[in-house]
Design a protein around this ligand. Structure first.
Ligand SMILES: [Fe+2]
Ligand SMILES: [Fe+2]
Length: 155
């Protein structure tokens, strides 16, 4: 099944976000665990795994469309040195991923590729949940203070 080049390139671009996110959350999980924040580490592990599931689905879809899985850009990742900075860095990445997803979903509609569109819509749901979780943590930190928040994350 031959896919529209615009759909395949939108999928490949999104694949870059998934793989960047996967590696960023892996680093953040490791750092949180090292600091003793086991609860946060477990949540970062789960997001890390979610991005790999997304990536695997995107790769399968690109191949089905006779495209070549070739993410154009592996974003440089750094482990942010504190929990609030990690949350901010993750939020920036998820925000960019959501903006890209919305564009890619519109591109799928335009090309009448409704299967790709529905797959990306499901991923958009997941990313919106992720964004909501990140924002909730920031609200909590502002409400109870960083020290108290971190104490609740020690597992
Ligand atoms: Fe994702
Ligand atoms: Fe995510």
């Amino acid at each position: 099944m031959k896919g529209e080049p615009a759909v395949v390139s939108g999928l490949n671009e999104y694949l870059s976000y998934e793989l960047t996110g996967h590696r960023q959350y892996l680093l953040h999980a490791g750092m949180c665990r090292h600091w003793g924040f086991e609860r946060l580490a477990a949540i970062q592990d789960a997001y890390c795994a979610e991005e790999i599931r997304h990536a695997a689905k995107i790769i399968a879809r690109i191949l089905l469309l006779d495209g070549t899985p070739a993410p154009p850009d592996f974003g440089a990742i750094v482990g942010a040195p504190t929990v609030p900075e990690q949350l901010a860095l993750d939020r920036a990445l998820v925000g960019r991923a959501i903006a890209h997803l919305r564009t890619a979903i519109a591109g799928c509609e335009h090309s009448h590729d409704f299967v790709s569109r529905d797959m990306l819509r499901e991923m958009l749901d997941d990313e919106e949940h992720h964004l909501h979780w990140l924002d909730t943590q920031t609200v909590l930190i502002n409400q109870v203070g960083l020290e108290n928040y971190l104490q609740t994350q020690t597992g």
